[in-house]
Design a protein around this ligand. Structure first.
Ligand code: AMP
Length: 222
């Protein structure tokens, strides 16, 4: 029951909600965006290749992301389940995921689809700040740090992500509609999608997600 994907446009709250759901279920949150940013900051060969796409708000080529994902899913902690955030983003990635999971004797249980309006997305991304050091995410309006510009968790500097700048956000949203929306149809056809209203604060959205998953697990037992 705990092999989950969280889906939705940039700024729909995927990262924050996955952290929360992962904590409740005791399963790891795997974000390909975070893993890629780690490669970029360590200047690995893969990171250097990925950076130019990320800076433009475009998708990183499948073969680079698939490699990262297979590595992450083969970690021991993923045997308990996982919540995937930011993957799959193309139908080819969804097919690759199915291949990787079938080798492990697993399959995706549910795809949580967060619905948020475009206006809300643009607002959320322009006020999002991330810690340069540990990656913790804040929002200047809904979840501000205790001291301005400083991470509560590690004291690192808070920055606006390069790809959260308005001109890049527009490209990311277009990329989402073009490339990633078909992924949703792929899972709709398999009856795996749970549509969740992603508006409101983190606690409200988390409660909606947990309730929907709970209902499915109760339904399965009967
Ligand atoms: P995110 O943090 O999920 O918004 O991802 C940030 C950026 O990383 C995206 O705009 C893409 O450039 C890249 N990225 C993350 N996940 C993927 C993926 N599954 N496929 C291709 N590119 C990705």
């Amino acid at each position: 029951m705990k092999h989950l994907i969280i889906f939705g446009p940039p700024g729909s709250g995927k990262g924050t909600v996955s952290e929360e759901v992962g904590r409740v279920y005791g399963i790891p949150h795997i974000s390909t965006g975070d893993l890629l940013r780690e490669h970029v900051s360590k200047k690995t060969t893969l990171g250097m290749k990925a950076k130019k796409y990320m800076d433009r708000g475009e998708l990183v080529p499948d073969e680079l992301v698939n490699e990262i994902l297979e590595d992450a899913l083969s970690r021991e902690e993923c045997r308990r389940g996982f919540i995937l955030d930011g993957y799959p983003r193309t139908v080819a990635q969804a097919e690759e995921l199915e291949r990787i999971l079938s080798k492990l004797g697993l399959h995706i249980d549910w795809v949580i689809n967060l619905n948020v309006s475009e206006d809300e997305i643009v607002k959320r991304l322009s006020t999002r700040r991330v810690c340069k050091v540990c990656g913790a995410v804040y929002n200047l309006v809904t979840n501000p740090p205790k001291a301005e510009g400083v991470c509560d968790r590690c004291g690192g500097a808070l920055i606006l992500r390069e790809d959260d700048k308005p001109e890049v956000v527009r490209t990311r949203l277009q990329t989402y509609v073009k490339m990633s929306a078909p992924v949703l149809n792929y899972y709709v056809a398999k009856n795996k999608v749970l549509d969740i209203d992603g508006s409101g604060d983190v606690a409200t959205v988390r409660a909606r997600v947990l309730r929907a998953l709970e209902e499915k697990s109760v339904a399965k037992q009967h």
